[in-house]
Design a protein around this ligand. Structure first.
Ligand code: NAD
Ligand code: ZN
Ligand code: ZN
Length: 406
């Protein structure tokens, strides 16, 4: 099959690799119909996540058709159309029972590596470093899904891929980020980052009762999307002082909760930005927490700092004193996607949500390298790239058919 493989910094290649096979009784094999590139994939693409090996198959946002099931998978059958959540979760351990699916203690065979870095290991993830299991991802024609009796959700006929694909990650991620804010009616929420995660955090904050959402980024098309689809007020951090503007907009008090939907690779202007860049380059700091620092310092006293943005390791100059003295609550984590699949599918089906608005580009799987490059540079107003396996072949056969018919 064809798959998108990682070869190093800014080097991904679509290559022929062996088809996946059922390895365990609870596995299923999916034929992928749609898969997307995530902001988290950019951390791999930029070489900031340790534990990648040449040839690793990327991708953790994917959906498709079940083509084979292991003997213990009773809830799925060949031909079912499913969306797959990005954490790999057994459904039976302490954490899965608590619905903390991204912390499953049975799905990371390389837990010892993660324990060295973080003290304990979270769940294994699709296509996301050997630190988190080294599982093949889904930016490919086929994928093996372990614990297929727990993860994938069946999609009823009639809903196009574009509306449900993001159940795999960025929709629940934005939703959990908003849920973590403990929103009460009347609250004002500030969201750093207007990428896919930020866009869904904005929409979710309103669904959960916020009165006002203020979104922060620098790309005009992303800010425009936040205004038009999310009904957010927006701030361009290159033209205003974000903390001061937020104070002004909230009567001097600050937003009730803040969401960092930027993560470890924040664009970093100014002195502190230069500091992070240098320290990250010489590997004295693993992440650039510009947005996180700003979010903490802007949040009102007693408020919540929700962090869906991914961080890898050790962060400098994070104002913990501000968190302690002002009684802030910090909530974060890889998303417990399985917990949100059913409720969010319901919201899509009843018309409350149409997540397809974030898609700016669709391309054949074979063009994944160009897709990564464009999404990294935010070129062509790119907000989200969906890759379609089989598309190139379909195009070719249609044009060949055209030739024959002639
Ligand atoms: P993205 O790269 O499309 O979006 C990031 C946005 O942040 C960009 O629009 C960028 O312009 C903006 N930004 C950069 N620096 C900023 C700054 N200093 N202030 C304000 N905005 C700034 O990525 P995405 O797909 O939306 O993902 C966002 C983050 O969420 C990433 O770190 C990703 O790894 C993480 N993520 C986490 C989970 C999870 O389970 N917790 C799931 C998916 C993605
Ligand atoms: Zn993701
Ligand atoms: Zn588990």
């Amino acid at each position: 099959m064809k798959a998108t493989c990682w070869y190093g910094k800014h080097d991904v290649r679509v290559e022929e690799v062996p088809d996946p096979k059922i390895l365990n009784a609870r596995d299923a094999i999916l034929r992928i119909t749609s898969t997307a590139i995530c902001g988290s994939d950019l951390h791999l693409y930029n070489g900031f996540v340790p534990g990648m090996m040449e040839g690793d198959i990327l991708g953790h946002e994917f959906m498709g058709e079940v083509v084979e099931v292991g003997s213990e998978v009773k809830n799925l059958k060949v031909g079912d159309r499913v969306v797959n959540p990005f954490p790999i979760s057994c459904g039976q351990c302490f954490f899965c029972q608590e619905t903390l699916f991204s912390l499953c203690e049975n799905s990371n065979p390389n837990a010892a590596l993660a324990e060295k870095m973080w003290g304990h290991s979270p769940a294994g993830l699709f296509g996301y470093t050997h630190l988190l299991g080294g599982y093949a991802g889904g930016q490919a024609e086929y994928a093996r899904v372990p614990f297929a009796d727990v993860g994938p959700i069946k999609i009823p006929e009639g809903i196009p891929d574009e509306q449900v694909l993001f159940l795999s990650d960025v929709l629940p991620t934005g939703y959990m980020a908003a849920e973590n804010c403990n929103i009460r009616p009347g609250d004002t929420i500030a969201v750093w980052g207007c990428g896919p995660v930020g866009q869904f955090a904005i929409v979710s904050a309103y669904l959960l009762g916020a009165s006002r959402v203020i979104a922060i980024d620098r790309f005009p098309e992303r800010l425009q999307m936040a205004r038009e689809h999310g009904f957010a007020e927006t701030l361009n951090y290159e033209s205003v002082d974000v903390r001061e503007s937020l104070l002004e907009m909230t009567g001097g008090r600050g937003p009730d909760a803040v969401i960092d939907a930027v993560g470890m690779e924040a664009h970093a202007p100014g002195m502190l930005g230069a500091y992070d860049k240098v320290k990250q380059a010489v590997r004295l700091e693993s992440d650039r927490p510009i947005a996180l620092r700003q979010a903490i310092m802007s949040c009102r006293n007693g408020g919540t700092v929700s962090v869906p943005g991914v961080y890898g390791g050790l962060l400098d100059k994070v104002p913990f004193g501000s968190i302690m003295n002002r009684a802030l609550t910090v909530k974060t984590g890889q998303t417990h996607v399985q917990r949100y699949l059913g409720p969010l599918l319901d919201r899509i089906q009843n018309g409350e949500l149409d997540p397809s608005f974030i898609i700016t580009h669709q391309m054949p799987l074979e063009e994944a390298a160009a897709g990564y490059d464009m999404f990294l540079k935010k070129a062509n107003d790119c907000v989200k790239v969906v890759l379609k396996p089989g598309e190139q072949q379909r195009k070719r056969s249609t044009s060949e058919a055209g030739v024959v018919l002639h």
